[in-house]
Design a protein around this ligand. Structure first.
Ligand SMILES: O=C(O)[C@H]1NCC[C@@H]1O
Length: 342
């Protein structure tokens, strides 16, 4: 065996969505801030290609690179690599990163509760982990300030006509459509149609509405389309189905923490959810993330919420990705049979 690279990874999933964590073998990228470092990773593409492309990755995979934190209050920092984006924040990925840091002993665990601060590319997130018998059983993340951008905007989608959508930011940017109005019950057999339509809706919203984060000039596109199920009021708070179409055309297996934060911001803007209330989002595989509105703030002068999301993650394996110097595809490859829903 010979290799010119050895990238050490602990693999994990949060409520069904893969969020692998690179714990060694990659030098910290250049940049004064974690955001600048993440822009370098996004421009350079070589690490993204190596871990996300076949034969090591696949469209279902997200990979997080641990880097030394820049902020004095942070215990660890991470750069998120999703199939097409290198985003400011991610719910499922932050839950995987916190679980890997604690369950593998990279950061010390204190039972029954460990508190740590993570530095995501979009900013600091406080994490509380409920821990028992050496396992971080549930991770609570105080996500980035989240806001509703447009309510009841119109988007024209070829073959679908004019859709009424909301747009919002929950650590990443969303077009939100009413799943029931589009004929979806958010059952698993609908995943392919949701992936395909969701990407068309996201692309149409990017062309017709555009998104600009008011305080982060680099984030100027919609990443995702959320098919939002009807909100039910239960004894445990609000509950709703959630299916998120991710570029280039796959559905999040988890209920998507950034979508939950964006949806709570929209419900708050509509007067349908208040601080202290709880919203449980249910994914297409039946897994859940629970969210709460912790308080109010402003982003670029807009009313915003301080969201908390919680969910569970599990380690699934340890990998050492190698590169034989004679491999003709050192950065791998992708083909449209799996990279993009047709
Ligand atoms: O939970 C989330 O926010 C994420 N899941 C995969 C794509 C999103 O970043």
């Amino acid at each position: 065996m010979r290799s010119v690279k050895a990238i050490h990874v602990i693999s994990a999933h949060a409520e069904g969505e893969v969020g692998d964590v690179i714990i060694g073998g990659v030098a910290a990228p250049p940049g004064e801030t974690i955001w600048e470092q993440s822009r370098w990773i996004a421009r350079d593409q070589s690490l993204r290609n190596f871990v996300l492309n076949e034969p090591r990755g696949g469209v279902f995979r997200h990979v997080n690179l641990l880097v030394p934190p820049k902020h004095p209050e942070a215990d660890a920092a991470f750069i998120i690599m999703e199939p097409e984006d290198t985003p400011p924040m991610s719910g499922s990925n932050s839950i995987c990163v916190a679980t890997v840091l604690l369950d593998s002993g990279i950061l010390p665990m204190k039972e029954p509760v460990t508190e740590i601060t993570l530095e995501a590319p979009g900013g600091l997130v406080r994490v509380r982990a409920e821990c028992r018998n050496g396992k971080a059983e549930r991770i609570f993340v105080e996500n980035l300030p989240s806001f509703a951008e447009r309510l009841d905007a119109k988007v024209e989608v070829d073959g679908l006509g004019t859709l009424t959508v909301d747009t919002a930011y929950g650590g990443d940017s969303f077009v939100i459509v009413d799943a029931a109005a589009m004929g979806f019950g958010l059952t698993p057999d609908e995943a392919h149609d949701i992936a395909r339509l969701g990407v068309r809706i996201t692309n149409a919203a990017n062309a017709q509405l555009g998104f600009h984060h008011p305080e982060n000039g680099d984030w100027r596109h919609f990443s995702f389309c959320l098919f939002a199920g009807p909100v039910q009021r239960t004894a445990d708070g609000l509950r709703a189905g959630a299916a998120v179409a991710i570029q280039p055309g796959k559905v999040d297996r988890s209920p998507t923490g950034t979508a939950l934060s964006a949806r709570m911001a929209v419900l708050k803007a509509r007067g349908e959810m208040e601080a202290g209330e709880q919203l449980t989002a249910v994914s297409m595989i039946g897994s859940t993330f629970t969210g709460r509105i912790l308080g109010a703030t402003k982003v670029g002068g807009r009313p915003a919420i301080l969201p908390e999301i919680s969910g569970r993650a599990w380690i699934t394996g340890i990998h050492q990705h190698l590169l034989d110097p004679s491999d003709p595809w050192p950065e791998g490859y992708r083909l449209t049979d799996t990279w993009g829903a047709r």
